[in-house]
Design a protein around this ligand. Structure first.
Ligand SMILES: *[C@@H]1O[C@H](CO)[C@@H](O)[C@H](O)[C@H]1NC(C)=O
Ligand SMILES: *[C@@H]1O[C@H](CO)[C@@H](O)[C@H](O)[C@H]1NC(C)=O
Ligand SMILES: *[C@@H]1O[C@H](CO)[C@@H](O)[C@H](O)[C@H]1NC(C)=O
Length: 384
């Protein structure tokens, strides 16, 4: 039944996509949704757990944090979230990995030097995900914004300083320009003609861009591993016309990457530019459903019901960060966040959740001023 409907939907999509993206042909639409190994499998796990790789958090009430929008995004698609702390031992990372059915590399502000603990942990998880998929056990990853960049950094194995260029795209809801063959992707399969058209139209500005750096399409050729392994589905332009890759999907693995933020429209209201139209919500839900449905094909399980309870994010309370102003006011941070573990920085008195407290400190931290490794130039990072 489902397969028949998918097939019909595919044909319908094929018929409607071709004239859709103004000026850009979505070639390959007639064979939408075929051939990829993770699409051939059946869903088998109807209680999927999704790991979210928490990021460093300074001058806030924790050592690391996850924006609640990512948690709600996958919850609304029928999954439950598990925080993954990048500073866990390898054994603990492995245990969590074997318990979850997919992972999110979220957006945010963190330092992506190749040897930073965050990238080192992400690389392990990403490698294990590849091995699981190679062994026939589907394991998807969705990377948003900084997570999009991380997936590309890992694949190209080059520093972000080489891979990325400055873009003027903070708080910039805009459009997606579909590349040839974009319809033949897991991510856009089944998205209605109406939404594909609107995603490309600046009367709607559905894709929520919020980043200071972008990946120029030409870099797919500079680093052939990118061209070889990623299907560039869309590009977008910043306020000055600088083009960057905005959506990509791995060719061999269910790794999905959006430089834009599908999780924001339904769940983040603090930044006034975020679109909340029905169209923006439907696009968000489409990508969440595609991702979580792929995770339902993973055979990973927690070792016991006790471990399952212990892993879930419900063990922590979300904070209303927008109201409590623990984040830099110039950084339009998440409305709500989860914080994990004890703060681990040099100014513990700044780590209390107090109304209006430590804005200056927060701004220092969330502007992302990082100490570079020996020999590398200092850089002020802000990925959002
Ligand atoms: C769609 O993608 C699949 C997997 O990469 C490939 O086997 C198939 O040939 C593609 N179809 C078209 C029309 O490009
Ligand atoms: C990644 O690059 C580093 C340094 O450039 C190199 O030592 C390492 O072997 C590379 N890893 C892979 C998997 O190619
Ligand atoms: C969409 O964004 C573009 C670029 O920032 C802008 O020129 C356009 O006016 C926006 N459209 C709407 C309807 O706000």
């Amino acid at each position: 039944m489902h397969r028949t409907l998918s097939a019909l939907a595919a044909i319908a999509l094929a018929l409607v996509l071709l004239p859709a993206a103004a000026g850009r042909q979505l070639a390959g639409a007639q064979l939408v949704g075929g051939g990829r190994p993770w699409e051939e499998k059946q869903a088998q796990n109807f209680k999927p757990l999704i790991g979210i790789l928490a990021q460093a958090c300074h001058y806030c009430p924790g050592r690391s944090y996850v924006a609640a929008g990512f948690v709600k995004w996958i919850e609304a698609a029928g999954a439950r979230a598990v925080p993954i702390r990048y500073y866990s031992s390898e054994q603990e990372l492995r245990r969590v990995f074997k318990s979850v059915n997919g992972m999110i590399f979220p957006g945010g502000l963190t330092d992506l030097w190749m040897d930073s603990p965050y990238v080192v942990a992400a690389r392990k998880l990403w490698q294990w995900a590849k091995e699981a998929n190679d062994g026939g056990d589907v394991f998807p990853i969705h990377g948003t914004c900084l997570g999009f960049q991380l997936l590309h950094i890992l694949e190209a194995n080059v520093s972000f300083t080489q891979l990325l260029v400055d873009t003027d795209s903070v708080a910039h809801p805009y459009t997606l320009d579909f590349s040839e063959g974009a319809a033949n992707s897991t991510m856009f399969e089944g998205l209605s003609k109406d939404l594909v058209t609107k995603l490309g139209d600046d009367k709607y500005n559905i894709s929520m861009e919020n980043h200071m750096f972008g990946l120029p399409p030409a870099h797919y050729d500079t680093w052939p591993a990118l061209r070889q392994n990623f299907h560039m589905l869309t590009t977008s332009k910043d306020r000055n016309g600088v083009e960057y890759v905005s959506t990509a999907e791995h060719k061999s693995y269910p790794f999905f990457a959006t430089q834009w933020h599908p999780e924001k429209p339904p769940f983040e209201f603090g930044m006034k530019e975020i679109p909340h139209t029905l169209d923006a919500i439907l696009v968000s839900q489409h990508l969440a459903n595609t991702f979580v449905e792929t995770a339902r094909k993973s055979s990973h399980r927690p070792e016991s019901p006790e471990q399952e309870l212990e892993l879930m994010i419900y063990n922590w309370k979300p904070y209303f960060t927008l109201k409590d102003s623990v984040m830099d006011p110039s950084y339009d941070g998440p409305d709500m966040c989860y914080f994990f573990d004890r703060p681990d920085d040099e100014a513990p008195e700044d780590n209390r959740l107090q109304l209006g407290a430590s804005r200056r400190a927060a701004s220092k931290s969330f502007a992302g001023v990082v100490s570079p490794p020996k020999g590398e130039p200092a850089a002020a990072l802000a990925f959002a």
